[in-house]
Design a binder for this molecule. Sequence first.
Ligand code: AP5
Length: 213
Amino acid sequence: MNIVILGPPGVGKGTQAVRLAQMGWIHISTGDILRESIEKGDTLGNKVAQYVHRGELVPNHLIVEVLKQKLQEIDCNSNIVLDGFPRNVEQARALEGLIKVDKVLYLKCDDEQIIKRLTARRICPRCGEVYNIITKPPSDNMRCDKCGSSLIQREDDREDVIRKRLEVYHRETAPLVEYYRRNGLLEEIDATGTIDEVFDQIREKIEEWAKRK
Ligand code: AP5
């Protein structure tokens, strides 16, 4: 089964996809792939850094190529969870030529809660673990529980960039909600609860689909 997790920046797409990965799903995060390239300073990283740091979408032809390459590296018979792709209708159409999307989970939450979550997010630069100083703090004063590195704030988690990302989301990505609703693939998830509460809803949906298959 292949699912897309759709929703605004900071709604918890990555957090929930990681939980699915712990159950054996292959997690593909286009944002993570881009950040890794930027960190390495490779050709892709140099091309996309300015877009990512400004909170804009990287051009479709680049990101579609990134996804194609990633799909070639993985076992496409596994369950796949896409996090951060597609971001607009053109990407959704490109995806249709690459894999079959079985369901789209739309995580819903209002902008004010998003801003609170993102300004409080901290990440581990070494292992990628994601924290939140309010809802999921590390146990040892701003060090990663898994590898001990000092936590950092993502460059695009400054409030001005978060507002820009939300603006881009409402203009470019939100139309995908109707697109996938019309295709009969959309499932809405209330993402305002705790991480566990949101995950329980996702797990229930997946179990329901598995029974129907
Ligand atoms: P990307 O990394 O995909 O960023 P995003 O969509 O803005 O999503 P985030 O990673 O910020 O948030 P999330 O929803 O995963 O939330 P998280 O789980 O971390 O993309 C970054 C950039 O790359 C884009 O701006 C663009 O430039 C480029 N890009 C990527 N894909 C692209 C594409 N397809 N096309 C073009 N450009 C692309 O949670 C957030 C925080 O909240 C954390 O601190 C977490 O602990 C906390 N939290 C999570 N869930 C809960 C909860 N239920 N309750 C309380 N706190 C919670």
